[in-house]
Design a binder for this molecule. Structure first.
Ligand SMILES: Nc1nc2c(ncn2[C@@H]2O[C@H](COP(=O)(O)OP(=O)(O)O[C@H]3O[C@H](CO)[C@@H](O)[C@H](O)[C@@H]3O)[C@@H](O)[C@H]2O)c(=O)[nH]1
Length: 241
């Protein structure tokens, strides 16, 4: 079995050394693929040094900050080419605990997509400012209302896909560049009838570095849910869905 943890990075220099060690210690079949967008703080160079010293670590370099969704598209394509059986999404900043990874590998045996959920048993978020927590929580409520998704944490960035799920998508047709990538992937899985299972996680706000959340990312997510829903309705109307 080969499970590749795809980790997009932008200015995560203070996190990736400890993160790599902790991720790889969780299971012998885990590998890491960093997707760095030419981070000004030198994350990419440090990732190269880690990769040079460990064959379970690889790095993709891109020319500049092109967005989380776009980083995952590039990372997933590379992970497929590397022969991944499972493709895992994870943030670089320890908001996602590496200790959950073995649970993902267990849960994916009976699912097509495993979502690490902050909102399965109430709210499991530590240290997030209340405004950010409300934004995330109500983004999920709004997404469920508009799209009919039955996932409690629609924007979670900690998840595990079976290879066959990613192969079933034309990754280039996934439009989201920002965090709405998470919503779009969930929605497309639902449309294709894949089995989505949520497992509870505790999300802890980062210690080092800063969030890359922006108004542009929020606006993209607000409109994306309608594009997804209307796209499905239109396809049904013309008999292609
Ligand atoms: N390569 C690359 N990486 C990026 C970019 N933008 C963000 N990242 C990386 O993507 C991860 C998540 O970014 P954060 O900035 O830490 O996200 P957050 O604000 O804490 O958001 C969390 O909540 C979102 C909403 O629920 C989630 O969608 C997101 O995945 C994350 O868990 C980090 O590893 C960060 O370095 C980008 O443009 N390019």
């Amino acid at each position: 079995m080969k499970a590749i943890v795809v980790i997009p990075t932008y200015n995560e220099r203070d996190n990736i050394v400890r993160l790599s060690g902790e991720v790889l210690a969780q299971h012998p079949d885990l590998q890491i693929l960093f997707v760095d967008d030419n981070s000004p703080d030198g994350t990419g160079k440090l990732a190269d040094e880690l990769a040079a010293g460990n064959e379970r670590i690889s790095v993709i370099h891109r020319s500049g900050k092109l967005g989380l969704g776009s980083a995952y598209r590039a990372g997933f394509k590379a992970a497929l080419a590397m022969g991944a059986d499972y493709l895992i999404e994870m943030d670089a900043d320890f908001s996602h605990s590496p200790t959950v990874l073995p649970l993902f590998l267990e849960a994916i045996q009976n699912a097509d997509l495993v979502v690490g959920s902050r909102y399965l048993n109430g709210v499991s978020v530590v240290n997030w400012p209340i405004r950010r927590l409300m934004l995330s929580f109500f983004a999920s409520v709004y997404t469920r209302f508009v799209t009919g998704l039955r996932v409690k944490d629609c924007t979670s960035g900690f998840k595990c896909f079976r290879r066959s799920v990613i192969e079933a998508f034309d990754l280039d047709s996934v439009k989201s560049d920002g965090y709405s990538f998470q919503i779009e992937m969930n929605y497309r899985c639902m449309e294709k009838g894949f089995k989505i299972v949520e497992v509870p996680i505790i999300f802890i706000d980062r210690h080092a570095g800063t969030s890359k959340m922006s108004g542009k990312i929020v606006r993209e997510a607000v409109t994306m849910v309608w594009k997804l829903r209307l796209g499905t309705l239109l396809r049904r109307l013309v008999g292609k869905g």
